[in-house]
Design a protein. Sequence first.
Length: 202
Amino acid sequence: MTGPSGLPADDSLHITKRRLLDVGLATLLERGYNATGIQDLLVATNVPKGSFYHHFGSKEDFALQVIDRYVAEVHALLDQSLGELDRAPLDRVRLFFERLLALYASQGYLGSLIGILGQELTAVSTAFRRRIEAAFDGIARRLAEPLDEARRRGDMPSENDPLLTATLLIDCWEGAAMRSRLLRSPVPLEAALGAASRGVLT
């Protein structure tokens, strides 16, 4: 079951906290961090200020927890896609990006939250830089597993480093996601996926 944002509706979360995180994701995707005000979130969720600070120590703490929820959804997509072991390893990697594109479509092609906040905040906030860097690294390491399997099967050149290849795929995807946000269109994402399919994912 998912919440309004497309994220898993984690039943272990207090309903107020979950509502704040869901609305926070949508707002941060649309406006970014600096243009998102706590008062706007309180009005949108009809939550008192005291309740917000019961669940979050600060605006920064809130945004970091939104990032964690978003990254958890990306890992859920990884679990679904990479777990389809009846598919060839490169097909599983492609399936992940196809599902990620579908998630972006459901959000109006606003791009990648960690990419957006990374552009905005990593130069000025150590906490955000470390969290976002760890998020990208974790995704790359997950993708490196089927890429290594593909290399051992002979589906990729033996000299290709799986982790470097995974990182390159993510970097290309994030650039396409920024263009997709600018255009509010899937075209850059589809082009990136097509290029990967003709190159790495073949």
